[in-house]
Design a binder for this molecule. Structure first.
Ligand SMILES: Cc1cc2nc3c(=O)[nH]c(=O)nc-3n(C[C@H](O)[C@H](O)[C@H](O)COP(=O)(O)O)c2cc1C
Length: 188
């Protein structure tokens, strides 16, 4: 399978990238083709809310031509997409949130008859790392992600929260097992 991973942290060797690396390694060892996109390297403008994209459900009809278009095209042509973000103020990092918002152009007629999506049926997963525990901290991200998956008519194949993170070298070994589990659930 072709798997696209979206790194939402600016740190290429930070906590999110470290756990994501374990997931990617497992996917590759299972024979899958993995392409990581480091969103911090990309130029993605915020959604204008103009809704012009809603006039053409058959393509990414966003009026803003920037890196989001190519990234969304890679998401559409993949079999699975893994979103990876640190918790920033109880939510997604700006780097990944801006792409999620632009994903409005992947869907038409949300909450109406004729709801369609260029991501329909696609496997998705969510990895989040944070300094604090899950409770009263990261729940909102997982709730939002479930709704985003419904919006995209995609399916969630796995999720992982890694809390109480300090430095990447201090991430407990058991997290690696959970990363492997997430990798497998994404493609099974
Ligand atoms: C601007 C900012 C906001 C943060 N907000 C939270 C937060 O609300 N909850 C939390 O658990 N950690 C928070 N953190 C900590 C990071 O989520 C945590 O260190 C994460 O593992 C960093 O991942 P990275 O090394 O991949 O960038 C915040 C960090 C920064 C820099």
């Amino acid at each position: 399978m072709q798997v696209v991973t979206l790194l939402g942290s600016a740190k290429k060797e930070g906590n999110t990238a470290t756990v994501l690396g374990w997931i990617e390694k497992e996917l590759e060892s299972l024979g899958h083709d993995v392409k990581q996109i480091c969103l911090n390297d990309k130029s993605i403008k915020g959604c204008l809310g103009c809704c012009k994209c809603q006039e053409n459900p058959d393509e990414i009809a966003c009026v803003q031509i920037d890196d989001a278009i190519n990234i969304m095209a890679q998401m559409i042509s993949s079999d699975a997409v893994l979103f990876a973000s640190p918790v920033y103020f109880w939510g997604f990092s700006a780097q990944i949130k801006v792409l999620i918002d632009r994903g409005y152009s992947l869907v038409a007629n949300y909450h109406k008859p004729g709801h369609t999506s260029l991501m329909e049926g696609k496997r998705t997963g969510l990895l989040v790392t944070g300094a604090d525990a899950y409770e009263e901290n990261a729940e909102g991200m997982f709730t939002a992600f479930d709704r985003i998956v419904d919006f995209l008519l995609a399916r969630k194949s796995g999720e992982l929260y890694v809390g109480e993170c300090g430095q990447p070298a201090e991430i407990p070994g058991e997290v690696k097992d959970k990363a492997v589990e997430l990798a497998r659930s994404l493609v099974e």
